[in-house]
Design a binder for this molecule. Structure first.
Ligand code: NI
Length: 171
């Protein structure tokens, strides 16, 4: 296994719609394993392929932060099939280190996806799980959490990023 480099906004790959995964082969299994390792090492609860410079529709998540094996889930070709309710909460993103902002999300989301063997399954998530599913599926569609901020918070985040870029603290 290997750690992958996480790309920061505004890397173009983060703003592209990912390509569907068609080959459920050993390369895919290795990518997923490396993404889990990279996510745990970075102390994140979700990581999408575009964040490791792969324009593909897949992500890994674990809202338990490695505490509960049943929450370690890879989703390939995810599609949101149902949402309801709303929640507001603080969000971050591994491609925006040090940036946090309140983001409005649905309270519940049902996602349909394939596992690493290509088998379709559904996951019905609420609260943090729903937030994570929606944030990571957004990444697969070229949408970043900056796009989901209020205009005021987005301008504040952009100014902070610009400052960090100038001082070389943002790669
Ligand atoms: Ni993210």
């Amino acid at each position: 296994m290997a750690l992958l480099k996480i790309v920061n906004y505004p890397a173009p790959v983060l703003l592209e719609v990912g390509k569907p995964v068609v080959d459920f082969n050993e390369d895919l299994k290795l990518l997923v394993e490396n993404m889990f390792e990279t996510m745990y090492q970075a102390k994140g609860i979700g990581l999408a392929a575009p964040q490791v410079d792969k324009s593909k529709r897949l992500f890994v998540m674990d809202c338990s932060g490695g505490e509960d094996e049943t929450q370690k889930i890879a989703m390939i070709n995810p599609e949101i099939i149902y949402v309801e309710g709303s929640q507001e909460g603080e969000e971050g993103c591994l491609s925006f280190p040090g940036i946090y902002a309140p983001i409005q999300r649905n309270l519940r989301a049902i996602v349909r996806a394939q596992d690493v063997s290509g088998n379709w399954f559904e996951l019905d998530g609420a609260e943090l799980t729903a937030r994570c599913i929606l944030h990571e599926t957004d990444h697969c569609n070229g949408i970043v959490f900056l796009d989901r901020m209020t205009i005021l918070k987005r301008e504040m985040a952009k100014r902070k990023i610009k400052k960090l870029q100038k001082t070389g603290e943002w790669n």
